[in-house]
Design a protein around this ligand. Sequence first.
Ligand code: AMP
Length: 173
Amino acid sequence: MDLKQCIRDVPDFPKQGILFKDITTLLKDRQALKEAIDRMCAPYRDMEIDQIVGIESRGFIFGTAMAMALNAGFVPIRKPGKLPAETEREEYALEYGTDAIEIHRDAIKPGDRVLIVDDLLATGGTASAAVKLIKKLGGRVTGACFLVELIFLNGRQKLGNVPVHVVMGFEGE
Ligand code: AMP
């Protein structure tokens, strides 16, 4: 199954010049959704991941499904002010603008094997901020997994030695 065909390109969203990769067209297709989750999980089946950290908000969709499939817990990373208990915060640069993300301080135990999940790797700013948050809490980042990579933005570079797995990469088409 060619999952690339299930992603819709929306030009100039949310800003002029951005080609937005819309995953809702993949989510509503039951076969594509199952295949996407299976392929995202494939490298981690024997890795004994303790926690999947999903990044707001599309990372919640893929991260929770992967947590169930991999017998792991799920931890949300959210935009500032959304998490109710004590948080750690990290600022980051986005492909379009700047922002910050937060995690609950007690969400990760020291030594936990953690996998970061989001729908899309663009500049890598969000995911590298997530790596820093998890390390602050003493977690071991065993990998970062994305459905889509925008290869031309070199987001992997920002993730240093964190192993990255993606299901599909776009070269700028
Ligand atoms: P970045 O921090 O640049 O890697 O951006 C990653 C985050 O922004 C992810 O949560 C994506 O959902 C979102 N994002 C960035 N660029 C795009 C794009 N062209 N299409 C869809 N989502 C994007």
